[in-house]
Design a protein around this ligand. Structure first.
Ligand code: SAM
Length: 919
C-alpha cells in the first residue's frame, strides 16, 4: 500500500478496506470472494477447498465462514500465513513440484470441490511482463486444479485483462462446463484484474499437456518490429508506416491534453517490450494519422535526403527540430506547432493542394428577382410561420401558467378551497407585490427605478425606444418585457436581501441572545450529523465550548422552539386565543407566529415568502397598498387567520381587490421564488434517483452490493477525510458533545447499527442540498428545518446532563482565587514561623525542652491553631441562659457572651474597618 496515495486510485482506503477492518478480515480482497460467492454460491456446498496464493488469509477466512463446519480448507502461499482456526496452511511456490507434494499430503486422498486462485506475482516490471507472469501463474494454478479438483468441482481465478485473456478463456472452456468472467464490486475499477469462475470440472481422463503449457497457450505473442522498438538506430532505415505502433485510444488525448498522465490499462502492443519508439519524418508528413504518431512516439527523425531537405525549409525552426527530438515532453502548444509545420511542408512540397485553387471552378450562382406571385406566396409563408410561432409561444405560456397553478395547489399555497369568493379572488388573482405600484412609490420618493437605471446604462431614451419599436416587433417586445420583468425581479430580490440584512441588524441590537442563536444556527447549518462543526471562523475551542454550553440545554430549547414555532394548527390555535391582535412592529413575535406548512417532499417552506414579513410598505414601497379592511366578518375563519399575519398588516379592504384595476401583474412572479426552490428540490431528487438508476444499470453483474463509482468524478469521502480527522480530535479531547452523537455512538457500540448503515443514512436528500443562488433569508430559515432528524435516546440526554452538572459543579474563578490566596498566606506564615523557630533554636539561654515547646507553639500558630482562634463564643440565650460552667455540647475553650454584646462588638469592628478604609 505504501507506494500508493491513500486518497486516490488503488491506494484509496475505500469502504471495503474499512469494512474489512471492521469485520476482522485480514485483507480487503476478502470481499471479492464474498461477492463471487454471493453470485455463484461457491462455498456453501464445498467440503474441501484449496486456496492457491492465500496470504495473508482473507479468502481463507471467508471460506471458513461460509463453508460447512468441519470442511477441509488448505491454503498455500510464498509468504507464511498466520494460523487460522479450521484451516491448514503451508509455505510454498505454487509453480514447484514441492507445492504439489505438500498439497497431496494435506489433502490425503480427498478431492477438492473448489480451487481458488487470487495470486499476483511481484509486480513492478513492465506492465506487459506483469500480465504475462500473472497469466502464467493462472495457468499453473489451473494445472493444480485439474489435478486436485473433483468432478464437477469449481475453479475461481484472477486474470489480468491482456492479450492472453482470450487464450486463457479458451483453455478454461475446454475443461469446464461453464466459464464466466466477472468483476466483483469490491474489485477496484482502476485495477485490470478480472475474475473468471469456471464451474463443473469435466475431469477428462487425459488432458493434453499443451493446454497447460504457457508456451503453447500464449504462443501468439510475436516480437515487435525492430524499427519501432528503437533498439538499434540503423534498423530504423527500414521502418515503414505498416510497422508503426497501432494508435491506441490514448494517442490523440496525449496530444490534445498532454498534461494529463494516462495509463495503458489495456496493455501494450504484442511483443512491444520497450518504452522508446521512433519513426521517420516521412511517416509524419505523408501519413494519414499524424496526431496518433505524435501521441505514441518518442522521437521523429530525418534520415532520407527528402527528409533532410525538409529540415532546410524556412518553416523548420530550431523549435520544430527540438520538439521532434523528444515528443514526450511536449505541451499542447508544441504539438500545435508541429502540426502547423506539417501543413506548411505539405503545401510547400506540393503534397497538399491549397483549397483556394479550386475557387476558379466554383459555379457562380445568379440570384434572380422573385416575380409577384412568388413574392405573395413567400409573404404568406412568412406570416403563417410567424402565426404558428406566436401560437406556440402562447400555448407554452398557458401551460407554464397551468403548471404553476397546479404546483401552488399542491403546495397548499393558494387559499383553502373553502374560502369564499372574495378570498379566492385575493389568493388567485391578486399579487402581494405590485411592482408597478412599488415603482410609482419609489419614484415619488425620488428613488430611480431599476428600469430607468437599465435605460441609463443602455444610453437610450424613451423616444429612442419609440423610434426603434415597430408593430412588427411583437416577439422582440415580448422578450423585452421578459427581460424587464427579470430585471425587476432581480432588483426586488436585492431590495429584499437588503431589508433582511436590516432586519437582522435590528434583531441583533434588540436581542442580546441573537448573536448566540445565530452562531448556533450557523453551527448546525445543514450539518446532517451536526455532531461537530466544520470550517467557520470560530476557533476550535470556541466551537466546542458552544457545544458544551449547548448540550445541557439544547434538547429542552429545541423542544421549546418547536412548540413556539409549531405548525399551522398551533399558530391557528394561538391566534384564535389572541384574537385579532397583532403587533406588526414586533418582528420577533411575527417570526414566531409565521405559519409553516409541510410540502410533499417533507421539507418545510414558509407559506409566505420570508422577507415579506419584514417588509414595511413605508420603507420598501413594494407591497401593494390596499385599503383598510371593512368587512372582515365575511371572511371564513381560516381565511382570517391567514390574512391576520403581519405581512398583510396595513393592507386595506379585501373586497376592494375584486376590482380589475387592482390586478397588477401576472401570477408568474408571485410564485417565482418558491417555484424556483421547489424545482431545484425536485431536480436534486431527480439527480439522486437518476444516479441510483445509473448505478443499478451499471451493476447488473452484482445486484446485492452496488458498484462503487471509484473513478467517476469526486467522491464524497475524499474531502471529508480531513474533517473526519478534526472531528476525531475534538471527540478525543472533549468527548461526544451532542445528544445525537451520543445516541449514534451508543447504537454503534450496542451493534444496533453498523458503520455502513450510518454512512448509507448520510446519503439522503438533505445531504445533497444545493445552496447556490438561494437568498440568505431563505437559507437562514432552511437551516432551522432542513436537517436530518436524528433520534436521541433518554440515556444519551441523561449522560450529557450529568456531564454538564459535573462541569457546573466546578468551583468558580473567585472561589479558586480565594483558596489560592489562603494557601499562599499559609505558606508565608509557615515561612515566617520557620525563621522565628531558627532564632529560637539558636538561643543559648533556653534549654532543649523550652526550645521545643516554643517552636511547637509557633508552628501551631502558623497552621492556624491559635488558641485564641479556637476559643468558642457561646451566646447565653435559650438553653444556655443562666448556665453556670461548661454549656452542654461545647468542647474545648469557650466563652459565654451576651447576645447583644456580641452584636455590639461586631458592629464596632465593622465601623472601625469602614472608617479605616475611608482614611
Ligand atoms: C493478492 S494476494 C492474495 C490475497 C488473498 N487472496 C487474501 O485474501 O488474503 C497475492 C498473493 O499471491 C502470492 N503469490 C504470488 N506468486 C506466488 C507463487 N508463485 N506461489 C505462491 N504464492 C504466490 C503472493 O505472495 C501474495 O500473497
Amino acid at each position: 500500500m505504501g507506494k500508493h496515495d491513500k486518497k486516490t486510485g488503488k491506494g484509496r482506503l475505500d469502504k471495503f478496506y474499512k469494512l474489512a477492518k471492521e469485520q476482522g478480515y485480514r485483507a480487503r480482497s476478502a470481499f471479492k470472494l464474498i461477492h463471487l460467492n454471493r453470485k455463484y454460491d461457491l462455498l456453501s456446498k464445498a467440503r474441501c477447498a484449496i486456496d492457491l496464493c492465500a496470504a495473508p488469509g482473507g479468502w481463507l477466512q471467508v471460506a471458513e465462514k461460509y463453508m460447512p463446519k468441519g470442511s477441509l480448507i488448505v491454503g498455500v502461499d510464498l509468504n507464511p500465513i498466520r494460523p487460522l482456526p479450521h484451516v491448514s496452511t503451508f509455505v510454498s511456490d505454487i509453480t514447484t513440484p514441492h507445492c504439489r507434494q505438500q498439497l497431496k499430503q494435506h489433502l490425503h486422498d480427498w478431492k477438492a470441490d473448489l480451487v481458488m486462485h487470487d495470486g499476483a506475482p511481484n509486480v513492478g516490471s513492465a506492465w506487459v511482463q506483469d500480465a504475462f507472469t500473472q497469466n502464467e501463474l493462472v495457468l499453473q494454478s489451473l494445472k493444480l486444479a485439474t489435478e486436485f479438483l473433483a468432478k464437477d468441482g469449481n475453479f475461481v481465478t484472477k486474470v489480468f485483462r491482456s492479450q492472453d485473456y482470450n487464450a486463457l478463456l479458451w483453455v478454461f472452456g475446454q475443461l469446464f462446463k461453464t466459464v464466466e468472467a466477472t468483476k466483483p464490486p469490491s474489485s477496484r475499477n482502476v485495477s485490470a484484474e478480472i475474475f473468471v469462475v469456471c464451474q463443473g470440472f469435466m475431469a477428462p481422463k487425459h488432458i493434453d499437456p499443451k493446454f497447460l503449457d504457457p508456451k503453447h497457450v500464449f504462443k501468439d505473442i510475436a516480437p515487435l518490429p525492430t524499427s519501432i522498438t528503437g533498439a538499434s538506430s540503423d534498423s530504423t532505415a527500414q521502418a515503414s508506416s505498416s510497422q508503426l505502433p497501432q494508435p491506441n485510444s490514448h494517442a490523440h488525448a496525449n496530444v490534445f491534453m498532454p498534461e494529463k498522465k494516462r495509463r495503458a490499462r489495456e496493455g501494450y502492443a504484442d511483443g512491444d517490450y520497450t518504452l522508446f519508439h521512433k519513426a521517420r519524418a516521412e511517416d509524419f508528413i505523408r501519413g494519414t494519422d499524424p496526431v496518433s504518431l505524435l501521441g505514441t512516439l518518442n522521437q521523429i527523425e530525418f534520415v532520407s535526403d527528402e527528409e533532410k531537405g525538409w529540415l532546410k525549409s524556412r518553416h523548420t525552426t530550431s523549435d520544430v527540430v527540438a520538439n521532434f527530438a523528444d515528443l514526450k515532453v511536449l505541451g499542447k502548444g508544441d504539438f500545435k506547432l508541429l502540426m502547423k509545420w506539417r501543413l506548411a511542408i505539405r503545401l510547400e512540397y506540393g503534397i497538399d493542394v491549397k483549397a483556394d485553387q479550386t475557387a476558379d471552378v466554383t459555379e457562380e450562382v445568379v440570384v434572380e428577382p422573385l416575380d409577384e406571385e412568388e413574392q405573395i406566396s413567400e409573404e404568406m409563408k412568412r406570416m403563417a410561420e410567424a402565426k404558428t410561432n406566436r401560437q406556440k409561444k402562447d400555448r407554452k405560456r398557458a401551460n407554464e401558467k397551468k403548471a404553476r397553478e397546479l404546483l401552488k395547489l399542491q403546495l397548499n399555497m393558494t387559499a383553502p378551497t373553502d374560502l369564499d369568493d372574495e378570498d379566492r379572488a385575493l389568493a388567485g388573482g391578486e399579487e402581494m407585490f405590485d411592482l408597478g405600484e412599488g415603482e410609482r412609490d419609489a419614484k415619488r420618493k425620488g428613488v430611480k427605478d431599476i428600469h430607468d437605471q437599465l435605460e441609463d446604462e443602455d444610453g437610450m431614451s424613451d423616444e429612442d425606444d419609440e423610434a426603434t419599436t415597430t408593430l412588427d416587433d411583437e416577439d422582440d417586445q415580448v422578450l423585452d418585457l421578459e427581460d424587464e420583468r427579470e430585471a425587476k425581479l432581480h432588483g426586488l430580490e436585492d431590495q429584499l436581501d437588503g431589508l433582511y440584512d436590516e432586519y437582522k441588524e435590528r434583531m441583533a441590537v434588540r436581542d442580546a441572545k441573537w448573536k448566540v442563536k445565530q452562531a448556533r444556527m450557523k453551527d448546525r447549518n445543514f450539518d446532517a450529523w451536526h455532531g461537530i462543526q466544520e470550517g467557520g471562523s470560530d476557533s476550535e475551542d470556541e466551537k466546542s465550548r458552544k457545544k458544551v454550553f449547548r448540550m445541557g440545554k439544547e434538547v429542552i430549547e429545541e423542544d421549546e422552539q418547536d412548540s413556539e414555532e409549531g405548525g399551522w394548527d398551533k399558530v391557528a390555535a394561538r391566534k384564535a386565543a389572541d384574537g385579532d391582535e397583532l403587533d406588526s412592529s414586533d418582528e420577533e413575535s411575527d417570526e414566531e407566529l409565521q405559519p409553516i406548512k409541510k410540502v410533499k417532499t417533507g421539507v418545510r417552506f414558509e407559506q409566505v415568502a420570508g422577507p415579506s414579513r419584514h417588509t414595511r410598505p413605508t420603507t420598501s414601497g413594494l407591497v401593494t397598498t390596499l385599503r383598510e379592511t371593512q368587512d372582515r366578518a365575511t371572511l371564513s375563519r381560516q381565511a382570517q387567520l391567514w390574512f391576520d399575519q403581519s405581512v398583510f398588516k396595513g393592507m386595506g379592504d379585501l373586497a376592494a381587490l375584486d376590482g380589475p384595476e387592482e390586478s397588477g401583474k401576472s401570477e408568474d412572479e408571485d410564485m417565482d421564488e418558491d417555484e424556483d426552490i421547489d424545482m431545484d428540490e425536485s431536480e436534486d431528487q431527480d439527480d439522486v434517483e437518476n444516479e441510483e438508476d445509473d448505478e443499478e444499470d451499471e451493476d447488473l453483474d452484482f445486484e446485492i452490493v452496488p458498484q462503487e463509482p471509484e473513478d467517476d468524478g469526486p467522491t464524497w469521502d475524499v474531502d471529508d477525510e480531513d474533517q473526519d480527522e478534526v472531528k476525531r480530535k475534538i471527540i478525543k479531547e472533549k468527548g461526544l458533545l451532542t445528544a445525537e452523537a451520543v445516541s449514534l455512538a451508543t447504537a454503534l457500540v450496542n451493534r444496533e447499527k453498523t458503520v455502513n448503515q450510518l454512512v448509507d443514512e448520510g446519503f439522503n436528500r438533505l445531504s445533497t442540498f444545493n445552496k447556490d443562488g438561494l437568498p440568505s433569508w431563505f437559507l437562514d430559515d432552511e437551516s432551522k428545518y432542513y436537517k436530518a432528524n436524528i433520534p436521541i435516546t433518554k440515556e444519551a440526554v441523561a449522560a450529557l446532563r450529568d456531564r454538564q452538572r459535573a462541569l457546573d459543579a466546578r468551583p468558580i474563578k473567585k472561589v479558586a482565587e480565594a483558596k489560592a490566596r489562603k494557601k499562599f498566606k499559609a505558606v508565608q506564615r509557615l515561612e515566617k514561623a520557620r525563621k522565628k523557630a531558627d532564632g529560637v533554636m539558636e538561643a543559648e539561654d533556653l534549654n532543649e525542652g523550652e526550645k521545643a515547646r516554643q517552636v511547637g507553639k509557633m508552628i501551631g500558630r502558623a497552621h492556624g491553631k491559635d488558641k485564641k482562634a479556637q476559643k468558642k463564643l457561646v451566646v447565653a440565650k435559650g438553653v444556655n441562659r443562666g448556665v453556670k460552667g461548661r454549656p452542654r455540647g461545647v468542647k474545648g475553650k469557650y466563652k459565654i457572651v451576651d447576645a447583644r454584646m456580641r452584636k455590639e462588638v461586631r458592629a464596632e469592628k465593622r465601623i472601625k474597618k469602614a472608617s479605616k478604609k475611608r482614611h
